[in-house]
Design a protein around this ligand. Structure first.
Ligand SMILES: Cc1cc2nc3c(=O)[nH]c(=O)nc-3n(C[C@H](O)[C@H](O)[C@H](O)COP(=O)(O)O)c2cc1C
Ligand SMILES: CCCCCCC(=O)C(=O)O
Length: 377
């Protein structure tokens, strides 16, 4: 949608800025669900570092460079994506809207935005795949302790048409989330986020009683599998051996970890601190990105998430050298406010804004962006 179309549109007035989406979602949701999405770990230092990381760069626009044709497309593991951002894996979408991941995934598919489905989605991966048709989708894995269960998740994802696996490694234990502790709120215990586990035959065989008979024990068992504190580089090799799909490691910020990830079979890395929800005091992702890029040295795609709120953020991360970025909370707030159509509206505007930013910073293609466009403040 262009600026002019947006201006003339008769569609109902939905928020345009991230702050408005957040404010509307706050009004709509109860304290528990809103706090869960909004919150960061500890004092929120890392969440703030993700935002301030973008303010450390200013764009130095180029002029007179013919931007009449514009291209936001990128290629990821041989697949063409029409935009340089993905929807980040976010579990338990049904805490903000009953349509849950089905609404978010349909919106992604309708707008050709690549979608990463969380391991702890409320809806099963097969249901989500079905509503997406042939649209680009990746599956995020919290590698379980049980290797048969790991194998089962990977096989199901392959069969359901997911084309890459994102292994999240920064959350073997949940961070110190004060809001959730105060609210005594954990979505999994309120009936959300267990679609993939409860539908898995291997997981069901591991239980003494079925989830239908004893939900609480089944939830605790699933969380225990996901809280894989024994995970090491050697375990990553085991994931590698169990799938032919491209593998990305999500949740690292240290350049040496990026190198180790590639040495142990990853095909790409995602610089992420889980949106500041895990280790409080950890480095912001835009601050971490340059060193990771230097170490990876073009050998593999490097993605980034954390704090992407508008087109300028996307342009800055790509100019610094990220292959693509992921967007998290913005789509959860849009889902909370207006379900699938909220997510579509938010995504449409993010695409339009990014294309506009690309053009008026003097560029025709995101492939041409480089760090000469930026000045560090
Ligand atoms: C409510 C919520 C749930 C999340 N669930 C997952 C998840 O299941 N798997 C995962 O890898 N990351 C998860 N994340 C982290 C996101 O993938 C992403 O790293 C983060 O949201 C990016 O930061 P942003 O929200 O500032 O865009 C979650 C984040 C939020 C806010
Ligand atoms: C082993 C399950 C951990 C689920 C964490 C959900 C999440 O990523 C988040 O809340 O953040």
């Amino acid at each position: 949608m262009s600026f002019y179309e947006a201006k003339d549109s008769s569609s109902p007035l939905l928020p345009l800025s991230f702050d408005e989406w957040e404010a509307e979602a706050r009004k709509k949701l109860g304290a528990g669900p809103f706090g869960y999405v909004h919150g960061g770990a500890g004092g929120g230092e890392t969440m703030e570092a993700n935002l301030s990381g973008f303010r450390q760069y200013q764009i130095r626009p180029r002029v007179c460079s013919n931007v009449s044709k514009r291209d936001l497309g990128i290629v990821l593991f041989g697949q063409q994506a029409s935009v340089p951002f993905l929807m980040a894996p976010i579990g338990v979408n049904s805490i903000v809207h009953p349509v849950g991941e089905l609404g978010a995934a349909r919106a992604a598919a309708n707008l050709n935005v690549p979608y990463v489905l969380s391991n702890v989605s409320t809806h099963r991966m097969e249901e989500v795949a079905e509503v997406m048709g042939h649209a680009m989708r990746w599956f995020q894995l919290y590698p379980p302790k049980n290797e048969e269960l790991m194998q089962s998740f990977l096989q199901r994802a392959e069969k359901a048409g997911f084309t890459a696996i994102v292994v999240t490694v920064d959350s073997t234990l949940l961070g110190w989330r004060i809001t959730d502790l105060k609210n005594r709120y954990l979505p999994f215990l309120e009936g959300h986020g267990m679609g993939n586990y409860f539908s898995d035959p291997v997981f069901r065989d591991m239980l003494k009683q079925s989830p239908e008979d004893n939900r609480r024990d089944a939830v605790l068992r699933a969380l225990d599998e996901g809280n894989n504190t024994c995970f090491t580089w050697k375990t990553l090799t085991k994931v590698r051996e169990r799938t032919k799909l491209p593998l990305l490691l999500k949740g690292l910020t240290h350049p040496e970890d990026a190198l180790l990830a590639l040495e142990h079979g990853a095909d790409g890395v995602i610089v992420s601190n889980h949106g500041g929800r895990q280790l409080d005091g950890a480095i912001g992702t835009m601050e971490a990105l340059p060193e990771v890029l230097k170490t990876v040295n073009g050998k593999a795609p490097v993605l980034l998430d954390g704090g992407i709120r508008r087109g300028a953020d996307i342009i800055k991360a790509l100019a610094l050298g990220a292959t693509a970025v992921q967007v998290g909370r913005p789509y959860m707030y849009a889902l909370a406010v207006a379900g699938q159509s909220g997510v579509e509206y938010m995504l449409q505007n993010l695409i339009a804004e990014t294309e506009l930013q690309l053009a008026i910073s003097g560029n025709s293609s995101v492939k041409d962006l480089d760090c000469s466009l930026l000045r560090q403040v």
